[in-house]
Write a protein that binds this ligand. Structure first.
Ligand SMILES: [Zn+2]
Length: 63
């Protein structure tokens, strides 16, 4: 399992979501993961929804 990171859209800082996911599932284009709320965000302190646009697996290049 890999840890999912998001790039905070407000601060532009990569933060861990605490969510683990298999890479194969994460990279499945049908798995859009919309509507998941991460919060409070460690970077900006707000709750904000995220999707794969802002997410990547830990160890991968940032989006
Ligand atoms: Zn944030």
């Amino acid at each position: 399992m890999d840890r999912i990171m998001i790039k905070c859209p407000i601060k532009g800082q990569a933060v861990p979501t605490g969510i683990l996911m298999e890479r194969a599932l994460f990279e499945d284009k049908d798995n859009v993961m919309t509507g998941i709320i991460v919060g409070p965000c460690p970077a900006c302190g707000q709750n904000h929804p995220w999707d794969k646009t802002y997410s990547f697996l830990e160890g991968d290049p940032e989006v």
